[in-house]
Design a protein around this ligand. Structure first.
Ligand SMILES: [Zn+2]
Length: 139
């Protein structure tokens, strides 16, 4: 039912926090400010506790990227040149990296200590950095 542009509920509306029946204005959602504040505090906590599923997926993708770059470099070498397709076919995802380094040669994209630099349209140089060896991390 619609009277004067305002929705009239067909039955009693419960408070969204405590579930008690609401009286008065039809657009009320809570009994009072206490219920309103508790409701918002609870939903904020839920957001902080429950990580969305892509957080874990991105972490795993970064670790996979790192492993694929690591595997691309032969034991006898410091660097390697591979095609983007070779990496992509193994499950490398170029969208994700932990940090970048801008140089005159171009932008290195790192997954942890392993990185790649675009050198030709389909070729990348794979490198390893040791800058993290001496890093101090917030514990
Ligand atoms: Zn209430």
């Amino acid at each position: 039912m619609d009277i004067g542009g305002r929705q009239i509920p067909t039955g009693p509306i419960p408070c969204q926090y405590c579930g008690k029946e609401l009286f008065g204005r039809t657009d009320k959602k809570f009994c009072n400010d206490t219920c309103r504040n508790r409701y918002h505090a609870r939903s904020t906590k839920r957001r902080q506790w429950g990580e969305p599923p892509y957080v874990g997926k991105i972490t795993r993708q970064l670790q996979r990227n790192r492993r694929l770059l690591q595997n691309a470099i032969p034991y006898t070498s410091e660097t390697a040149i591979v095609t983007r397709n070779q990496l992509a076919e193994q499950g490398f995802d170029f969208r994700f990296y932990t940090n970048i380094l801008e140089t005159k040669k171009g932008t290195y994209h790192y997954s942890y200590e392993y990185g790649w630099l675009q050198i030709e349209p389909n070729k990348v140089l794979v490198v390893r950095t040791n800058i993290y060896d001496d890093f101090t991390f917030a514990s």
